[in-house]
Ligand binder design. Structure first.
Ligand code: IPD
Ligand code: CA
Ligand code: CA
Length: 260
C-alpha cells in the first residue's frame, strides 16, 4: 500500500493544529475540567480536533476518525486516531511541552504515525516498514544497555489519584535503582523521545489510544519495543504500557515485577 498520501495528509493536519496552539498562546483559553479538576480541556483542544477532522474528511470522506474530544465517528477499515492537543495541562499552564498526535490504522494495524511539537517545530513521523524520522532525519532508539544511573526514563501519572498512587509504586522501584526519571506531561512526545534516543525507556498507566497510537509506531520503526507490563503485545485496553530501546525492555519488566 502506498502510505505517502496518508502521511502527507497527517502532516498537513498536525501542522494546522500546531499553528492553532501557537496562535492561542497568551489568549483566553476557556479552560474547563473533565474527569477531575486537574484534567483540563480548552477551546484549543476543540478547535485543533475540528481542523484535523475537516482536513481528513475533505480528502477521505469515508474514513473513520477516533478523536479524544469528538469520539468515534464513521465506520471504515481506515481509522484515524487523533489527540488534537496532547499535554493540555502543560499547555494551559504555559509549560512548553505539548504536541499533536495523529495515527492511521488500516484493518487494525498502525500504518502511519505523526507527532508534531509546535514549540520546537519538531515533526516525528513513521510509516510501517519505512523507518522513523525527526524533521526528515532518520532516528533510532538509544544504545543504552544498563538500567543504571546512566540511563534516563520518563513516565506520566494518570488523573485519577488511586491509579496515580499505584504508578508511584512503580516509579519508586525505578528511582531506587538511582535512575533519573522525567515526568514531561505529554505521552505522545515522551514516546517520540524514546524513539530518537533522548530517553531510554518509558512506562505509564491508563493511556488512551489517542495518546500512544502514533508514538508506538514511531518507536517500533526506530528499533524500539512496546509491550504491556507483563511483556505481552500491548493492546489499548491494557492501560499499562512499557516502551524501551529494546535492549532495556526485559530489565524494565523485571523492575516493574508481576504484581503491577
Ligand atoms: C495526557 C498526557 C499526559 C498523560 C495523561 C494524558 P492530554 O493527555 O499525555 O502525559 O500522563 O495520561 O491523558 O489529556 O493532555 O491529552
Ligand atoms: Ca493525550
Ligand atoms: Ca488531548
Amino acid at each position: 500500500m502506498n502510505l505517502q498520501p496518508f502521511l502527507e495528509l497527517a502532516i498537513v493536519a498536525a501542522k494546522a493544529a500546531g499553528q492553532i496552539q501557537t496562535n492561542y498562546l497568551g489568549r483566553d483559553l476557556s479552560i474547563e475540567s473533565k474527569s477531575v479538576e486537574s484534567d483540563l480541556v480548552t477551546i484549543v483542544d476543540a478547535e485543533c480536533e475540528q481542523v484535523i477532522r475537516q482536513t481528513i474528511l475533505d480528502a477521505f470522506p469515508s474514513h473513520q476518525i477516533l478523536g479524544e474530544e469528538g469520539g468515534s465517528v464513521g465506520s471504515s477499515e481506515y481509522v484515524w486516531i487523533v489527540d488534537p492537543l496532547d499535554g493540555t495541562v502543560n499547555y494551559a499552564h504555559g509549560f512548553p511541552f505539548y504536541c499533536v498526535s495523529i495515527a492511521l490504522e488500516h484493518d487494525g494495524e498502525r500504518v502511519v504515525g505523526v507527532v508534531y511539537d509546535p514549540v520546537r517545530k519538531e515533526l516525528f513521523h513513521a510509516c510501517r516498514n519505512g523507518g522513523a524520522f525527526l524533521n526528515d532525519q532518520k532516528i533510532k532508539v538509544s544504545s543504552q544497555a544498563s538500567l543504571t544511573g546512566r540511563a534516563m526514563l520518563a513516565t506520566g501519572f494518570p488523573y485519577d489519584t488511586s491509579t496515580a498512587l499505584l504508578a508511584l509504586e512503580v516509579f519508586k522501584r525505578f528511582l531506587s535503582l538511582g535512575l533519573p526519571i522525567r515526568r514531561p506531561g505529554a505521552a505522545a512526545l515522551d514516546l517520540c523521545y524514546v524513539a530518537c534516543g533522548r530517553i531510554d525507556g518509558f512506562f505509564e498507566y491508563k493511556l488512551n489510544a489517542w495518546d500512544c497510537a502514533a508514538g508506538i509506531l514511531i518507536i517500533e520503526e526506530a528499533g524500539g519495543q512496546i509491550s504491556n507490563f507483563s511483556g505481552s503485545r500491548y493492546e489499548y485496553a491494557d492501560k499499562k504500557i512499557v516502551a524501551s530501546n529494546t535492549i532495556l525492555h526485559q530489565k524494565m519488566l523485571e523492575v516493574i515485577g508481576q504484581e503491577f
